[in-house]
Every structure is written in structure tokens, then in C-alpha cells.
Design a protein around this ligand. Structure first.
Ligand SMILES: NC(=O)C1=CN([C@@H]2O[C@H](COP(=O)(O)OP(=O)(O)OC[C@H]3O[C@@H](n4cnc5c(N)ncnc54)[C@H](OP(=O)(O)O)[C@@H]3O)[C@@H](O)[C@H]2O)C=CC1
Ligand SMILES: O=C(O)C(=O)CO
Length: 318
């Protein structure tokens, strides 16, 4: 990212707004980075006067009640929780695009793929029962990993898996090119993309078009014994369809980082199902100092009347 610095614009007033997360860590990051901003945390007095709202699950309608706001900025990659506000003001909505964040996602994806490809799921179960079993091995080049969502993160994940010799495919809305990776686009090519995937990783944004995409119809296009890795959003998954497909043996299992309801309720079967590995939305978190730097850059841009970087589209939902 090309960063610009200016001395001729006013000091941005940034409000940190969330209904679900304490954003004090971000205030600390701004302060530690020495960025020249005025910060308010919702609901402390004065936050409504801010130029920029930095949001994560903002209370619906609150941002519309901030008369000076010129940009809404996410603290992360996904914009779904901001676009969900029906009264979102008509200003740019920007997200974090960060190479370290993408590499963190790649680490999680590699762990998950290895779990299934090298049958560690089976060996963990065997160890629990002191069972000595030595199945044959499949080379990485013979193991196909499909990535739903071949964007900033999907591409990094794809390259990382390719570097380990996996046979990698990517699926996006628009055509893509990537050396050594077969790419597919649009709904028409989805069945061909799915056909033959041993592991399927979801790295889609949550939009009207992708909600519920991980469902029985999609699973039916995957080969017997395929595994699902959901790192996108919980709403991508139809949980009942996943459980049914695992219980009939069509799917081998799943690694899930994101859930319909977070925190995942204690009574959820997804915590205890022997073929499902649940993690608490930790696939990756961007470094707060990098997030603060990107927000500061974009705040400086909008106050100078320039286009901010990495803005999402209301029309597409991401
Ligand atoms: N679990 C976690 O800790 C984290 C989860 N995430 C999730 O990962 C998501 C992806 O992030 P990022 O890569 O930065 O996002 P990008 O916007 O860069 O990439 C999204 C990709 O999805 C594709 N896509 C979107 N809609 C469709 C559709 N209807 N059909 C086919 N392809 C589609 C896009 O296609 P095209 O390129 O053609 O536009 C693009 O390739 C985030 O939105 C978030 O939900 C992100 C970080 C951490
Ligand atoms: O970057 C994102 O969208 C996340 O979900 C981080 O946890």
C-alpha cells in the first residue's frame, strides 16, 4: 500500500464504535504508534462529533446520528457487520487489507488442510483409543484444495498451499489468473470447481449472494470424504446440512472458525462432534498497529477530500 503523509490537514477525530467488542486495544495502538488523532470511544461524551467512525458491529442507526462522519472504517477485513446497519450513512466504508493478516489466515488454512490430508483427525482419535493404525499416504500434489473466495486473503492462502505442492483451485466472482492455480468464476463454474476438491476452504465475504452457500446442494458436488474448512463467516454455513453430510459419511469432517452465533453457545453440538474442530474466530487477527496506520491514512485522505483506500461496495456487499 502506498502511504501518504500530509501536514496541511486537520487532526482527525476518530470514534471507536462497537456493540460487541471493547475497542480500547485500538486506542492503545493509536497512542503507541504516535499517530496524531483525537480518539473517542462510544458511548463516551463527544464521540458523535467525530469525522471518522471505526466500527465493528456498530449499534444499528448510531452512525447515521453522527453528523460529521465522512468515512466508516472496519477494524478488520470483513465489512458484513457494517453493511448490516440499515441506516448506514452514505459515506465510504473501508476495510483492512493487510499482508500479515492474510499470512495469519494462510497458517490456519495450512494447519487445517494438513489435519485432513495427513489424516491427523484419524490419528488423534486413534491415539485416544491407543490404536496403532498406519494408513497409506497421499502426496500433496494428489490432494486438491478448493478456495471459495479468491481475493486478498484467498490468493495468499492459495499461494501458501501451492508452495507446499498442493493442487490448488480458486473460485471468485470475476475471472482471475494465478500461476500454478486453476481458477474458476461465477455460479456457472461452481460445480466444475467443486468436483474433485478433497478439502474446501471458505474465504468468501458474507453477502446476500454467499449467505448459506455451504449447504447440502454444494456438499453433493464434492467427492465422498471431502473436508470443509470455514474461515469466512458463520452465516455461510447451513449447520444442519453440515452435520447431516458428516453423519452420513459423505463429508470427512470440518474445521470451523466462525459461527452463526458467536461466542458459540456451550450447548452447540459443534463443540463436541468428534469430526468437527471448532476454534473461537481466531484464524487471524490483524496487528492493531497496522490497523491504526491504515485507518489513519484513510482518515487523512478523506479529510483532504481524497478517495480512501480499500473501500467496499454497498451494491456487492463487500
Ligand atoms: N476467520 C477470520 O479470522 C477471518 C475471516 N475473514 C473473512 O474472509 C473474507 C474474505 O476476505 P478478503 O479476502 O480480504 O476479501 P476480498 O474482498 O479481497 O475477497 C473476496 C473474494 O470473494 C469473491 N466473491 C465475493 N462474492 C462472491 C460470489 N457471490 N461468488 C463468487 N465469488 C465471490 C470475490 O470475487 P472477486 O475477486 O471477483 O470480487 C473475491 O475473490 C472476509 O470478508 C471475512 O469474512 C477475514 C479475515 C479473518
Ligand atoms: O478480518 C476479519 O474480517 C475478521 O474476521 C478478523 O477476525
Amino acid at each position: 500500500m502506498e502511504l501518504i503523509s500530509r501536514t496541511d490537514t486537520k487532526i482527525p477525530h476518530i470514534a471507536l464504535v462497537s456493540s460487541t467488542l471493547d475497542l480500547t486495544f485500538l486506542k492503545t495502538a493509536f497512542e503507541a504508534s504516535g499517530l496524531n488523532v483525537r480518539l473517542s470511544i462510544y458511548p463516551e461524551p463527544g464521540f458523535k462529533d467525530a469525522d471518522v467512525a471505526v466500527a465493528w458491529n456498530p449499534p444499528h442507526g448510531l452512525l447515521a446520528d453522527m453528523p460529521n462522519v465522512k468515512m466508516v472504517h472496519s477494524i478488520a477485513a470483513g465489512l458484513d457487520n457494517i453493511f448490516a446497519d440499515p441506516k448506514l450513512p452514505a459515506v465510504p466504508v473501508c476495510r483492512v487489507v493487510d499482508s500479515q493478516h492474510a499470512l495469519g489466515m494462510a497458517e490456519y488454512a495450512i494447519w487445517s488442510v494438513l489435519l485432513f490430508h495427513r489424516e491427523m483427525d484419524r490419528h488423534l482419535q486413534n491415539a485416544a483409543h491407543k490404536r496403532w493404525e498406519r494408513p497409506g499416504q497421499k502426496a500433496a500434489q494428489d490432494y486438491t484444495v478448493g478456495i471459495l473466495g479468491f481475493g486478498a486473503i484467498g490468493r495468499t492462502v492459495g499461494r501458501s498451499l501451492r508452495a507446499l505442492n498442493y493442487n490448488v483451485r480458486g473460485w471468485a466472482r470475476s475471472p482471475k489468473e494465478e500461476a500454478g492455480i486453476a481458477t474458476y468464476c461465477g455460479d456457472a463454474q461452481l460445480p466444475d470447481f467443486l468436483n474433485g476438491c478433497d478439502a474446501l476452504i471458505c474465504l468468501l465475504p458474507l453477502t446476500d449472494a454467499t449467505r448459506g452457500i455451504l449447504n447440502a446442494d454444494l456438499f453433493a458436488h464434492l467427492p465422498q470424504g471431502a473436508a470443509i474448512i470455514n474461515m469466512g463467516r458463520g452465516e455461510h454455513m447451513v449447520e444442519a446440512d453440515l452435520l447431516a453430510a458428516i453423519d452420513t459419511g459423505h463429508l470427512r469432517g470440518a474445521v470451523l472458525d466462525v459461527f452463526l452465533k458467536e461466542p458459540l453457545p456451550e450447548e452447540s453440538q459443534l463443540w463436541t462432534h468428534p469430526k468437527i474442530f471448532a476454534t473461537p474466530h481466531i484464524a487471524s487477527m490483524p496487528d492493531p498497529r497496522d490497523v491504526a496506520a491504515q485507518i489513519f491514512e484513510n482518515a487523512t485522505r478523506v479529510l483532504a477530500g481524497q478517495e480512501p483506500l480499500n473501500s467496499g461496495s454497498r451494491e456487492s456487499g463487500y
